[in-house]
Design a protein around this ligand. Sequence first.
Ligand SMILES: *Cc1c(COP(=O)(O)O)cnc(C)c1O
Ligand SMILES: [Zn+2]
Length: 419
Amino acid sequence: MAKTQGFMQALRCRECGRTYDLEARHVCEFDFGPLEVVYDYDRAKKSLTRQALASRPHSMWRYRELLPVAGEPTVGLQVGFTPLVRADRLARKLGIRELWIKNDAVNYPTLSFKDRVVSVALSRARELGFDVVACASTGNLANSVAANAASAGMKAFVFIPSDLEQGKVINSLVYGANVISIKGHYDEVNRLCAEIAGKYHWAFVNVNMRPYYAEGSKSQGFEIVEQLGWRIPRHTVVPMASGSLLTKIQKSYQEAVKIGLVEDGEYSVHGAQATGCSPISAAYKAGLDFFKPVKPNTIAKSLAIGTPADGFYALKVFKETGGAAEDVTDDEIREGIKLLAETEGIFSETAGGVTVGCAKKLIASGKIPADDSAVLCITGNGLKTLDAVAGHVGQTREIRPSLREFDALVEKEAQMISR
Ligand SMILES: *Cc1c(COP(=O)(O)O)cnc(C)c1O
Ligand SMILES: [Zn+2]
């Protein structure tokens, strides 16, 4: 039996249940099943109560009993507790009674949900004695590893596909990380990183540190439940790349019930992908338990994973919760970005356009009934993917600094001043 550390008891294979020590290890030796952290829920239950939470700081670490560090976290102490926004104007447009936006586009410090998984992975990497951290990234993870490593004084290597948005590349370089651009798509980057992780003794946050890393995503679900006044939303729509965030949202709801923070009830977790990289959505629609790998071709580069590591488990989540998967085209992604911005004043990256666009389809098809309530997980910031919407959001009107020219413009464009 593995030695317990803090509230963690062991790593356990999701397939065969074999347990392992709490090391930097991510697959089972026997069946290559993914390993997952096991907690002492009886102990966690005693200290992680609604009453205790009332006096804890507003960050993701308020749920530390169910986050995989042995001692106190040391990296990313301010991450999380992003706003949950009531979105009545968007609700009317989508035709649903009640709608909320979980806005990780303003997460600290790098404006995406990835700061959650990175603060966990880096805190744990430190505990395990690593001083070099690394990742295979579709962009946001690279930004977050670079920034959090900088503030923690750790050395970072981030590996990205070479066709990434400028905004995401610069957002990694500025922190002084070693940015390795791979001439290939994400799945090739990931494969190379698995080889590098085997040879160099680095903490690859989403390779050998993946069991710890992935747990960080649960904090988004815990926050949703708490911010709704201790209630699990009837529907949650989650964007999917590897499918990890989606599976951990379900896990957070299950754990919140298990330790008595909320009452059990019916809830569905739905997944959103870009049609240009939709292996999970395609499998769901075909009624399959397994996905077929695809070659990504979409403006939603943060979601462009053709061989999703947690795709199989995401498909299980739909079965278990009555959720569904949807996908949207590049044009629908841009429409989703604009709709969210124009109705709620929130500028999301392409992944947010995917979530809004898919939610629209799920509501229209009745998979999310119009008289229900839903939370949309907005996971990244639009300022990083300006290229995707440039030329699609209207144009500025340029005039000289003259009142006469402005008057003329108003006359010419009467609708400009109508509110
Ligand atoms: C990484 C990412 C996701 C989803 O990632 P998973 O691999 O499915 O956990 C969603 N949105 C954004 C913006 C991301 O960067
Ligand atoms: Zn196993």
